[in-house]
Ligand binder design. Structure first.
Ligand code: ZN
Length: 338
């Protein structure tokens, strides 16, 4: 099959690789109809994470079930499915507690930017649509593989409630989905921290009531002013850097919560500040399968349109250009069509 592969920092190619095959009776193979580039794919692209030269890359996709293992009962070949980037059995103790991203049978999509992807634990992971989505919903359905449930998880972890004030730190696709999540959950004030005009526009379209372009101490002061000096009830940290975490903790009100979903790189927690202001902190890898049925309904009923985070669509063969566009911030998020 044709698949996106990474060979060195900055070196993305689309090459011929062996088709994935069923390895276990609980596996399924999905023919990818749409995949995309994740912000976390940029870590190895920038040389910040180790690379296995020639490995396939990409963990977000949707498509049609091609083949199933002997023990798979809930999906059939021909079903149109969302593939959560983290695969789970949805039956173990952690899954039953709503933490499917810590499943004892956890798997991760490894060829989402390709023609075919293997899914471990197909029964527990895949969610089928009644039929293939209409073309204008493809982008929004694709966000359900990772980026939208991750933004949703930030809002859940931060404790967003109806009538609350939420701040979103980070204007990447996850942060923008976090804005949409906070608005959908009924937050009254949603403050998006964003410096980029194109991203501010999406945040506002998603329902952000305020945009703060300043960063660091100025950004913190601006949020404090909007919240009458109180700070925010819930803060969504969607970047993963120390600066972003510092800002998130500083803009939370005493007793408020910070939900973090940015993969931490060099973050050091100010435990003294958390203590003195009673700020709660939780988050981590999103249990995508937990939120998927609810979010799929919202998308199919056209009540949310997270697909707006995609501002560039390319044929799979141009994956390298997709990575460049995201790396250079010319694109918020890139959709790839095999
Ligand atoms: Zn499990």
């Amino acid at each position: 099959m044709r698949a996106t592969t990474i060979h060195a920092p900055g070196d993305i190619r689309v090459t011929e690789v062996p088709d994935p095959v069923l390895k276990r009776p609980t596996d399924a193979i999905v023919r990818v109809t749409a995949g995309c580039v994740c912000g976390s794919d940029l870590w190895p692209y920038r040389g910040e994470n180790p690379i296995k030269a020639g490995a396939t890359i990409g963990h977000e996709c949707i498509g049609v079930v091609e083949e199933i293992g002997d023990e798979v009962t809930t999906v059939r070949p021909g079903d149109f499915v969302v593939v959560p980037f983290c695969h789970c059995d949805n039956t173990c103790a952690h899954c039953r507690a709503g933490m499917q991203s810590a499943c004892v049978n956890l798997g991760i999509t490894s060829s989402g930017q390709a023609e075919l992807a293997r899914v471990n634990q197909a029964d527990g992971s895949l969610v089928a649509l009644p039929e293939a989505p209409p073309e204008d919903l493809v982008a929004s359905v694709l966000t359900l593989a990772d980026v939208m449930p991750t933004g949703w998880h930030a809002a859940v972890s931060a404790g967003v409630a109806p009538g609350s004030t939420a701040v979103v730190v980070g204007d990447g696709a996850v942060g923008l989905c976090g804005v949409l999540a906070a608005v959908t959950m009924g937050a009254e004030k949603v403050i998006a921290m964003s410096r980029h005009a194109s991203r501010q526009e999406v945040a506002t379209a998603f329902g952000a009531t305020h945009v703060v372009a300043e960063r660091g101490a100025d950004g913190i002061a601006a949020v404090r002013e909007i919240t009458d000096g109180v700070g925010a009830d819930a803060v969504l940290e969607c970047v993963g850097t120390n600066d972003a975490m510092t800002t998130a903790i500083e803009v939370a009100r005493p007793g408020g919560g910070v939900g973090f979903v940015g993969v931490p790189h060099g973050v050091e927690l100010p435990v003294g500040t958390l203590f003195s202001r009673n700020v709660g902190l939780r988050g981590g890898m999103a249990p995508v399968r937990r939120y998927l049925p609810e979010l799929l309904d919202l998308v199919l009923e056209r009540r949310i349109d997270p697909g707006r985070v995609f501002d560039l669509t390319l044929p799979l063969e141009q994956a390298a250009e997709g990575y460049r566009a995201m790396d250079e911030r010319r694109a918020i998020k890139v959709l790839l069509r095999p």
